[in-house]
Design a protein around this ligand. Structure first.
Ligand code: PEP
Ligand code: MN
Length: 339
């Protein structure tokens, strides 16, 4: 697979030969895209929605590759789909979020991958479960696949309105930490679910040192047969990529490194002190817990809880902390306290 940042783009679904070829040609003309994506088999939430054109679309992808030189990538969920895709020279396979959740399906695809040399990208499962994501990676790796990459497409969250799938960046960062040799690609399209927030999500991923982006694009997004709201035209994709700030992972300046190191030392000292303080606080909370138990007093006393929140908000704001952080700190403190 290519170096960083890898840009994968193309329609959510291959719809017609003309739609795919036109999109691919325009994407290639941007000079910014390294790989063409297109859904051939679409796992849809409800029956009756467009479920992909199926194998008939694979020759269209072959043609798009011949005409543009772009390698192709397709989602597969079964051994049969994998075999069809490979027969039509698909270059990279991806495993979708609804497949990663199912070990039977992942194992079926893994068994069918044995003996092939095709790179595989594994999307995070729809639920925020790192072990499930790791499990899929292990199944594919055990099948002898050498090149495995990861795609962060966000997680289903109940009542979530800002995003289609909550990014939960910390999970992707942890996955990246556990698999430093694997590419970590961000999919702002399925996280955002609407085109006006794609750029912000993509920028955040690049600022977090992700290795690439998978972004859905379509010649006529509003008319797309699936995921219309989140697709953009190749021209919009080009403008978006050009407007982004591509930070470097590192620079070769000793002055920069010395200054950064000094600040990091300060952070380390403060972290040490915070840990000491938290440990002292926990010991006192334990004493309170024992004391309440001995006296048969409930763990939670609402007026004390209110007092803690009020104090934390007041003092925290004076210290320049924002309410969202305070909410997390006080919630964690309450968990420690009530144990
Ligand atoms: C897709 O990439 O079009 C898709 C179905 O994504 P996900 O598996 O992330 O839902
Ligand atoms: Mn899609």
């Amino acid at each position: 697979m290519q170096g960083r940042p890898l840009i994968i783009s193309g329609p959510c679904s291959a719809e017609t030969e003309a739609q795919l070829l036109e999109t691919a040609t325009l994407l290639a003309q941007t000079g910014k895209v390294h790989m063409l994506r297109a859904g051939i088999w679409k796992p849809r939430t409800k029956p009756g929605m467009f479920e992909g054109v199926g194998s008939v679309g694979l020759p269209w992808l072959q043609k798009a590759k011949q005409q543009t030189g772009l390698p192709t990538t397709v989602e597969v969920a079964t051994a049969r789909q994998l075999e069809d895709a490979l027969r039509h020279e698909v270059d990279v396979i991806w495993i979708g979020a609804r497949t990663t959740v199912n070990p039977f399906s992942v194992q079926e695809v893994a068994d069918a991958l044995r003996g092939t040399q095709v790179p595989v990208l594994i999307k995070n499962p729809i639920n925020p479960d790192l072990d499930l994501w790791m499990g899929a990676v292990e199944r594919i790796a055990r099948a002898g696949v050498q090149q495995i990459g990861l795609i962060h497409r966000g997680f289903s969250a109940y009542g979530n309105t800002e995003y289609r799938n909550a990014p939960m960046w910390h999970l992707a960062i942890e996955m990246k930490r556990r698999n430093p040799e694997m590419l970590m690609i961000n999919d702002p399209s399925h996280i955002g679910g609407r085109r006006n927030i794609l750029a912000d999500i993509a920028q955040k991923a690049i600022d977090l040192d992700f290795d690439g982006l998978m972004i859905e694009s379509h010649v006529n997004p509003d008319e797309a047969w699936s995921d219309a709201k989140q697709q953009i035209t190749p021209a919009q994709l080009q403008a978006m990529l050009e407007a982004m700030v591509w930070r470097k992972e590192n620079i070769d300046s000793s002055a920069f490194h010395a200054a950064l190191e000094a600040l990091r030392q300060q952070i380390n000292h403060l972290d040490d002190e915070l840990l000491q303080l938290l440990s002292q606080r926990m010991k006192i909370a334990e004493q309170i817990g024992t004391y309440k138990k001995e006296n048969e007093i409930t763990i939670l006393q609402t007026n004390r809880w209110n007092e803690i929140l009020e104090r934390a908000f007041q003092r925290g704001e004076q210290a320049g902390l924002i309410p969202a952080i305070l909410m997390q700190c006080t919630w964690k403190a309450s968990v420690i306290k009530t144990k």
